[in-house]
Design a protein around this ligand. Sequence first.
Ligand SMILES: C[S@@+](CC[C@H](N)C(=O)[O-])C[C@H]1O[C@@H](n2cnc3c(N)ncnc32)[C@H](O)[C@@H]1O
Length: 365
Amino acid sequence: MCQLCSAPPSAATNDADVGAFEERFIAAMNEAAMIAMASLGHRTGLFDAMADGEALTSSGLAAKAGLDERYVREWLGAMVCAGIVVLDDGSGTYILPRAHAARLTRTASPNLAVMAQFMPLLSAVEDDIVGCFRNGGGVPYARFGRFHEVMAEESGQTVLPELEASILPLVPRLQRRLADGIAVLDVGCGRARALMQMAERYPKSQFTGLDLSEEAIDWARSTARARGLANIKFRTQDLADFDRAAPLAAYDLITSFDAIHDQPQPMAMIKGIRRALAPGGVYLAQDIKGSGSHAGDRDNPIGTLLYTISCMHCMTVSLAQGGAGLGAMWGRSTAESMFTEAGFGSVEVHELAHDLQNYYYVCRA
Ligand SMILES: C[S@@+](CC[C@H](N)C(=O)[O-])C[C@H]1O[C@@H](n2cnc3c(N)ncnc32)[C@H](O)[C@@H]1O
């Protein structure tokens, strides 16, 4: 019998390979459901309410988290089946083991539940994506309700904690120059948490963030104001013509965090960055770690996830702007050729231990 639909076995089910595939696929659906519920656990604060290891009934947890007990109880059922939460049969209480709390709560680093949010976020536009498969075109940024919020949470994990310790040190003496005072630009800055962290640490430097999204720029502006940052400014700007619009030799450091591949005109943006770099300046780019070919990506441990995010977000938002649709998995060799074509004479590629999914490019004239 097929385990899911109770259909009678077809001739093909005699094949051991089919059985093994079926088992794997069903297990994957179960795991995918776990991810959907992990996203809910993060957003509702349920994981955080369990972070201290206290044994709680469903009512106790609901009261602690300020949530509806019936929903909390159903969520706990999924969490127990997934092995994330442990149920004590005798007392009817639930515990989030410390090892799981260490990867699922807001004090955890990294908090994997942050990444889990991408699955429901992408699923919300599935109908639009189906339409694109049939008719071409793309799904615009505006359709992805929580994108900037989730993206900022995600880059808050891959960038912020390592900015000083391992990302900025990729460029020798950069931190000294930042301390002395230089001009810094972040393109496709989104909510610009990395730029704000630098602005706070290096008060003698001047920071500018550019992004198409008014929503992200408004958030960045008001947050910077609330943090009392006087050395940072933001502008809403479409970077599709940055090759022509970029100011000449205006910045000593330009950064982009995960912001090249989903641009409508990535080449124009990179050329603009080259144009905007002052003599002796450096461009530091974080972007997705792909090989540039399906064969080369086959063994990427998170390849399926990255292609999925690309298909249902990065590629489609670029196509929606009439753009190139480069896709997140554009790959290292394409990136290197594009940087070279844009006029960078030196391109270094780095991998950092904390960041499984990105390369770090250091480009100089
Ligand atoms: C993947 S997000 C990265 C955001 C941010 N750097 C971070 O790491 O959190 C890519 C950013 O590129 C911006 N973007 C997309 N198309 C753009 C365009 N045509 N001009 C300027 N920015 C654009 C998006 O609004 C988004 O904030």
